[in-house]
Design a protein around this ligand. Sequence first.
Ligand code: ADP
Ligand code: ZN
Length: 739
Amino acid sequence: MLFTGANSQPAPDPAYLTGDRVSVLLPLPLAGAYDYVVGEGQRLAPGDFVRVPLANRYAVGVVWGAGAGDVAHEKCRAVVRRLSVPPMPDALRRLVDWVAAYTLAAPGAVLKMAMSVPTALEPPPPPPLGYVVADPLPDVKMTATRQRVLEMACPLASHPLAAAELARRAGVGVGVVKGLADAGALTAVPLIRPPADVPDCRRAGPSLSGEQATAADALRRRVGDGFSVTLLEGVTGSGKTEVYFEAVARALEQGRQVLVLLPEIALSAQWLDRFRRRFGGAPAQWHSELGDAARREGWRAVADGTARVVVGARSALFLPYPELGLIVVDEEHDASYKQEEGVIYHARDMAVVRARLGGIPIILASATPSLESQANVLAGRYARLHLPNRHGGALMPSIELVDLRRHPLPRQSWLSAPLIEAVEKTLAAGEQALLFLNRRGYAPLTLCRACGYRLQCPHCSAWLVEHRSMGKLQCHHCGYLSLLPETCPNCQAEDRFAPCGPGVERLGEEASARFPGARMAIMASDTLTGPRAAAELVERMARREIDLLIGTQVVAKGHHFPLLTLVGVVDGDLGLAGGDLRAAERTFQLLSQVAGRAGRAAHPGRVLLQTCQPDAGVMAALASGDAERFYAAEAEDRRAAGMPPFGKLAALIVSGPDAAAVDAVANELARLAPREPDVEVLGPAPAPLALLRGRHRRRLLLKAVRRVPVQTVLRHWLGRMRLPAGVRIQVDIDPYSFV
Ligand code: ADP
Ligand code: ZN
């Protein structure tokens, strides 16, 4: 492994020889690694992927280090063989250990995320074969069809064709091709794939403005100079992407790999276009919608170093980069970086850990940084670069509040008079408008007009959301689907169900009625069937084929719509309900992001924000554009309450199918709660989602001052618990979700 950076750890890996004991970590939720003996003729090193016996089967694991030796030698079984894949890099192994210790997950459960493509560890399938004309051509029986095949097939050393393709071009059956091959007139050769289009760091970037160039220079200097964290803060449209591309180019010049994390990779077609324009090649992509073959090839390309730039969702952090030289986390404040299931971790924070373990720089980019990152800047742990202006002189849009108490909405209507007027004006001027409502479906609640009964999910404490376009009601927590019942399950009244409140579909209905001439489209995660659909919609918007776009938060993320001049936020208060710790911060971030879609090019933008709480701090901050003041006040509240980022939080969620058993465990947890200074335990309380996927849930919250080693406290506490079958305790360190 060749490292060029100053801070690499070049300590040679020890070798384990026949008869030595090694500890092998398996991608299974076990308590720790198991000891094995190095087999006859084997020579192993840390990070090697190995096949080992496990009970009465075989499993693949990773050599984690020397054996612990706490099992009798006779009981220790031998490693079967080493797999022929590059070893798992040291920094990734240390990341696995670090994440496990921090989140209290089993190390094997974390390793499983780093071995998410088991087939990538198998030898790759042989390349498909193609055919060329044999040289010399043997004497074979000629027919008209055979003649045509030979004419179509290229001479040796030129491009071979697959049998099916050759048959198609010659207009014959595949049997004719096979017959010629059997007779020796065609030679089979491996089909060589066209070389991947590699990003080229020598291409020139756009000419940067003075302010952009200053930031880009600072970033370039950090590449190759050890571990550092830089918050790249810049208003929407300031050119953050172009600026961090310069750091990407620098890392590529140094022969290092680069990882860019994006919150919604499926929606990032525009980002990919810009990358291609800048580097003339495509990055490797990593996200959940990749097929098996793409995952296998992608994993291997990262491991053997052919993939130079990877752009991906949070799971891309656990790929086996041998030469990682830079990490970028774009939209670092985005909540989707928190994984809420399985191993519960925050990809932004763990990316910082990965950078530290690898001795490399990391860039966190955002227009509205998280309070966590801002606190780290203030504490001197992170550096900050600031781009306060939009590129090319475009102005920031002005945000006006529409006080819904002064402009009450008519029944079954969600657009106020000022917003309607603004949309009409925008459309009349031939410009585009966006109506933002962060709610999928037609209506969030359906109730019986006769008795007031609300249609609920049978498996969750949640209402069913009507999706009229698919003719169904859906639970947004577990995916349960049902048809609208004909009679009320409670009072048997017929046909008395009424939708309550709007989702984007219903808003679309109102907009069609109000703006009949406008070409409209709806953009929500469930109306987009995949990355291509999203890209298409964005392109139609850019080509001006849409006048009025209605969307949920998926429209907020990173899209550049040059002709969009009006943004209407239909329900600005939506995210503030529920008493979530970060409700105000998240509302500020989301609405700034949406507002930032307006007026990014020549025409100035305007944003109308409908709210019932115009005096709330977050609304006032959005209207005045005074982010600093908002963040300062928000930080002060958190500091006073001892909440993150100034204090630590950990949530414990007790769940199980039987409510009484869950209560018993939750009460026992409370009884055994640590009684230490600077630690406070709140709860148990029924979780807001007291029933989820058929499991009852209770929450406890541990709150501590920063210097308390929360993991140690939790390990000690949970170590005293005995759980009945079916009951589970989930630990969520630094919780972001409080449902
Ligand atoms: P941000 O990520 O800060 O919202 P972007 O990087 O998306 O900003 O830039 C906004 C738009 O301005 C993009 O279309 C981008 O290509 C363009 N842009 C930014 N900086 C430059 C530059 N120096 N030269 C040309 N175009 C630029
Ligand atoms: Zn449900």
